[in-house]
Design a protein. Structure first.
Ligand code: ZN
Length: 604
């Protein structure tokens, strides 16, 4: 190994390390100066003048007395409750769930400032996204006009009316109609092949001809939190072919596990109410809006994930589920309790009449819909009530049975204090001594679900939860996210796998174009591992999986370097801290990779 003096200059080499910074410094300063922080904050928080400051309820944590302070003159904010603080860019990043560059662009757009970029690659990435969003915007408008005026859209218009959605609603939500033809949109928009494919608007058939992805479907455009169109949800008309709903596949502009339908419209109201209503379908969200509940969002054809809730937690502390959450079973319950604790949020359930969609109730009985949201109860309370109302409480035997059933449900809650509150309720309703119920709950026979640990996905059971395995999972299942981070230098990435089987699996992936090929070329052990990985699911963020791998590799390298008594650059230690923070994770990953790269070059 050469002396450490060569390490530091290499560590700062341009390219990888500066990847995340793309806007010219002067322009960032211009944006800061042109922005009035009070105006920005006021869009989310009601501010009152106190002396020279502006004070309000913190949007980042739940509080009843205002500890969130804004200094209009220097453009900085600070919350004395949760400690969050910073400038307008920090604020927008936190509120809008944006990265640094996105946040500056968000503010620049408001201030009508045209930004210049330093990093060509970054600039190109943004241009590319811009092209895809532009194409999506054109498609949204084209489909929408087709529904409003198309000769072939009569039946679709009739269906929309029959669901109680009038012209105003259709225009507000920009609902559209995808005609039956196989390339009607493609011929109308004349998009380049790559844009058509990468937006998910279409694909190329075997002869290379452009083909529409959506045909003969009513389309609900899905916007990201900033209002950029990123996907469509398509519904067949009654009697039509194929599955009832078809949604855009995930792609570079659309992350299904994070995007929530309706959040772009709802976010301001959600912040004001500190509450968000989560329902299951596009028409439910629209129904809530029509009924005067502007705080509803929906997942887009996927189950509710912790990533969805992380997104929502930025806007509100209380989540009201407007679907039959109990039907999802015990695993779902354990997950909800875990999320409540992990994200410090309250999950409540709206008592909707069973078998009726909120979307339909909005038209038949909007008062009932309002009441269901206003009277939503905590998830556990909802479940206990359901058990008790189903039981015949008039007889002693019935009451004993009901108490048993209720205890099973109560036993799943992780907090003893909460459990005890419900024990007393049940004791009262079933006329049983609470002490007896408590003893029963403590007895080994009582069913308790281990909610302290994450509920393992069945298919994950045989796979060890190591950083290397997680990284391989992410590489296989989220290549769009992981490839740009890890596959830039495959030799370097390979050096990060200490386990030989994992290494062989990675090498197979890196040297082939598809997972199938990789399974074919890998040796028996690695091939089997790849197969297992291919059917398993990644828990958590792909970026976190990458971070875990890089962190482990960096720590190993530090131990090696320390053994040779060579000092470690302070930036490396900083990056190891930063890699745990959402805002600095990406930069820290590239910084550590750059350092590891310089290390492996030296050891050759
Ligand atoms: Zn706070």
């Amino acid at each position: 190994m050469r002396p450490h003096a060569v390490i530091e200059p290499r560590f700062g080499r341009p390219g990888l390390a500066s990847f995340a910074v793309g806007i010219v410094d002067d322009d960032i300063v211009r944006v800061r100066e042109a922005t009035n922080l009070r105006d920005v904050v006021s869009q989310y928080v009601q501010l009152k003048r106190v002396g020279r400051r502006w004070v309000g309820l913190c949007p980042f944590h739940a509080e009843k007395t205002a500890s969130f302070n804004v200094n209009e003159e220097n453009g900085l904010f600070k919350c004395f409750g949760c400690g969050k603080g910073g400038d307008a860019i920090t604020f927008v990043r936190e509120m809008e769930h944006l990265d640094f560059v996105d946040a500056v662009e968000w503010l620049a757009a408001k201030a009508s400032i045209t930004l210049r970029y330093t990093e060509k690659r970054e600039d190109e990435g943004r241009k590319r996204r811009g092209r895809l969003i532009d194409a999506m915007e054109k498609a949204v408008e084209w489909y929408h006009q087709r529904l409003l005026t198309g000769d072939d859209a009569g039946r679709a218009r009739g269906y929309v009316r029959s669901r109680g959605l009038d012209g105003d609603v259709v225009r507000t939500y920009r609902i559209g109609w995808a005609p039956e033809g196989w390339d009607t949109l493609a011929r109308a928009l004349r998009l380049p092949d790559d844009v058509l494919v990468d937006t998910g608007l279409g694909f190329l058939n075997r002869r290379g001809g452009q083909t529409d992805a959506f045909r003969g479907r009513l389309l609900f455009p899905i916007f990201d939190v900033n209002g950029d169109p990123v996907a469509f949800g398509g519904r067949v008309l009654p009697g039509g072919e194929g599955p009832k709903y078809k949604n855009s596949a995930g792609n570079t502009i659309y992350d299904k596990s994070k995007v929530l339908y309706g959040l772009n419209w709802a976010k301001a109201d959600v912040v004001n109410a500190d509450e968000v209503v989560v329902c299951e379908g596009y028409t439910d969200v629209i129904g809530f809006g029509v009924a005067g509940v502007p705080t509803a969002v929906a997942t887009c054809g996927t189950a509710l994930t912790i990533d969805h809730l992380r997104t929502l937690r930025k806007f509100a502390r209380r989540v009201v589920l407007a679907f039959d959450a109990d039907a999802a079973g015990q695993d779902a319950a354990a997950r909800f309790y875990q999320w409540e604790r992990e994200l410090d949020l309250d999950v409540a359930v709206a008592a909707l009449p069973s078998g009726v969609d909120p979307g339909d109730l909005a038209h038949s009985d909007p008062q009932r819909l309002h009441a269901a949201i206003a009277e939503a109860v905590p998830f556990l309370g909802f479940r206990v009530e359901r058990v008790l109302t189903a039981a015949p409480l008039s007889s002693p035997e019935g009451r004993a049975k009901a108490a048993e059933a209720a205890l099973t449900v109560i036993g799943e809650h992780p907090s003893e204090l909460v459990r005890d509150q419900y024990v007393m309720q049940v004791a009262d309703r079933c006329r049983i001594d609470p002490e007896q119920l408590r003893a029963r709950l403590r007895s080994p026979g009582a069913k308790r679900v281990a909610v302290d640990r994450a509920v393992p996905t069945a298919s994950r059971v045989w796979l060890p939860e190591t950083p290397e395995v997680n990284a391989l999972l992410a590489l296989i299942h989220e290549p769009d996210v992981v490839d740009p981070l890890l596959m830039i230098d495959t030799k370097l990435t390979a050096s990060m796998f200490a386990d030989l089987k994992n290494l062989a699996a990675f090498n197979a992936l890196a040297s082939t174009a598809s997972l199938h090929e990789a399974i074919e070329v890998a040796d028996a052990g690695a091939s089997e591992l790849l197969l297992q990985l291919s059917v398993a699911e990644l828990d958590g963020e792909p970026e976190d999986a990458v971070a875990g791998l890089v962190r482990e590799a960096a720590r190993r390298q530090i131990r090696r370097v320390a053994a040779s008594e060579t000092p470690i650059p302070p930036l490396v230690h900083q990056a190891l801290n930063d890699i745990n923070e959402p805002n600095t994770k990406r930069t820290a990953i590239t910084e550590l990779l750059t350092w590891l790269g310089s290390q492996s070059e030296e050891s050759v």
